[in-house]
Design a protein around this ligand. Structure first.
Ligand code: CMC
Length: 428
């Protein structure tokens, strides 16, 4: 017999079904609660609320486990390429050799963006934040590719939109970087793989070919894989909820990019480097900054620390910390903020405040140091997070549509004025 939970409200006894996941996670299905009792649940920040069932990513925050489609993040980061992980997340299995080649070839055929989109770059102020540009440009794709707007598209048509989104994103991201420098854009080279092509468009010049450092390609692959999905986080939930109104993929992803921008979410990678620089310029006294983070009257938080779900080491942070040492070593870079980051981490991990609250370094703590070593300016970091998260957003959007999920529309408990009479302006 399937498990139920009894809920007693006044004199009513309600049997609520329990939904059990493949990893034995349990959720109480309250979908009939309001209809049968008149009550709703209240859970600010959705700390206890499962918004959906999903077969894409599993994470156990207590044990520090993260898996995409059943594969451990540690294995994917060390053995796979970003393109393989894109395929895995979106289509549900690791591609065969032929599937991978077909997929690579298909994506390459769509890397160009409509020429008129270049005019946007003339309109943005030269110092505008790359994330503002990215969300506007991705939203604008829906204007340039209107065939992608049909909410009743066939699977084949929907897949073509997915391919276009994947193919055009690196082109757009690299052009945003070129705009920040005032340099001419570099067009995609379809003889290059996804990540190498992105690096070539970003750091290449129209005037000469560049040697692409395999260390940079390998580091980018690792970082993009680590960011590729993270189940129902703020930006992914945004993508799913926007898509649930039948909004097109470009509009849904654009909304996800805006959600990612905040410093409590993806914007933390930029905020971490800015914080480390500030600590360095201030003399490098980590204890002083740890005390500031603990002071409830001070708005400062230790950026890159803490996580809604991980109450143990973020497995991505462990991989990134190791990669950070390796990449800087291979590139011969000595970045003083790396030492500060390590000192800060050690001080926090030994401090009772952080121990009691189970606050550990998260994915953003060391990633910026690698991006910086590769030559990216700080303001581009969150855009790189978005580039990595794109396949996760797409996979979640596609799953939401395949499962025919209803439009997302939470309830509320109204706490405003009760009905009152309108007072004419002459009497106010
Ligand atoms: N520095 C100092 N105190 C912290 C921090 C921090 N970074 N993070 C949490 N706390 C404290 C918080 O003040 C609270 O203390 P108390 O119980 O005394 O009121 C307690 O720990 C629980 O924090 P919370 O804000 O209720 O936890 P949350 O799950 O709502 O927030 C978080 C999670 C990630 C927003 C938060 O830890 C934070 O602001 N971290 C810094 C920003 C950051 O690094 N964000 C990137 C997250 S990982 C990448 C991603 O997926 O986006």
């Amino acid at each position: 017999m399937s498990e139920t939970i009894s809920l007693k409200i006044n004199d009513n006894n309600l049997e609520l079904p329990v939904v059990t996941g493949t990893e034995d996670e349990k959720g109480i299905d309250i979908s009939k609660l309001r209809a049968e009792t008149g009550y709703v649940t209240l859970d600010r920040g959705f700390k206890n609320t499962g918004a959906t069932t999903s077969a894409i990513t599993y994470l156990d925050g207590e044990k520090g486990v993260l898996r995409y489609r059943g594969y451990a993040i540690e294995e994917l980061a060390s053995k796979s390429s970003f393109v393989e992980v894109i395929y895995l997340l979106i289509y549900g299995h690791l591609p065969s050799h032929d599937e991978l080649e077909t997929f690579r070839w298909t994506v390459r055929r769509h890397t160009l963006v409509h020429e008129d989109m270049k005019k946007f770059f003339d309109g943005f102020p030269s110092k505008s934040h790359p994330m503002g540009q990215l969300s506007a440009l991705v939203g604008a794709l829906s204007a340039f590719y209107p065939e992608s707007l049909n909410p009743n598209a066939t699977d084949e048509e929907e897949n073509l939109t997915i391919i276009k989104m994947l193919a055009k994103m690196p082109t757009i991201v690299s052009w945003i970087y070129k705009k920040s420098l005032g340099h001419p854009i570099v067009y995609p080279s379809n003889n290059l793989d996804y990540v190498t092509n992105f690096i070539n468009m970003t750091f290449g010049q129209r005037t000469e070919d560049i040697d692409i450092n395999p260390v940079a390609v390998s580091a980018m692959n690792t970082l993009l894989i680590l960011h590729a999905d993270h189940e129902q986080n703020c930006s992914t939930s945004t993508v799913r909820i926007v898509g649930s109104s039948n909004a097109n993929l470009f509009a849904s992803i654009s909304a996800g990019i805006s959600a990612l921008w905040g410093p409590l979410h993806g914007g933390a990678n930029q905020a971490v480097i800015e914080m480390l620089e500030k600590i360095k310029d201030d003399g490098g006294d980590c204890d002083k900054w740890i005390n500031k983070a603990k002071d409830k009257n001070d708005p400062f938080r230790l950026m890159g620390f803490g996580h809604r779900v991980y109450k143990n080491f973020d497995p991505r942070a462990k991989i990134i910390k190791k990669a950070c040492d390796e990449v800087l070593d291979k590139l011969g870079i000595d970045d003083p903020v790396l030492e500060i980051a390590k000192k800060l981490e050690a001080a926090a991990l030994n401090d009772q405040y952080f121990v009691d609250r189970k606050l550990y370094p998260n994915v953003d703590f060391y990633s910026g140091i690698i991006y910086r070593a590769l030559g990216f300016p700080t303001e581009m970091f969150t855009v790189l997070f978005a580039l990595g998260r794109l396949p996760g957003w797409i996979a979640q959007w596609k799953e939401m549509r395949t499962n025919k999920e209803p439009i997302g529309r939470p309830r509320q408990i109204y706490t405003g004025e009760t009905e009152r009479s309108y007072v004419d302006i002459s009497n106010r």
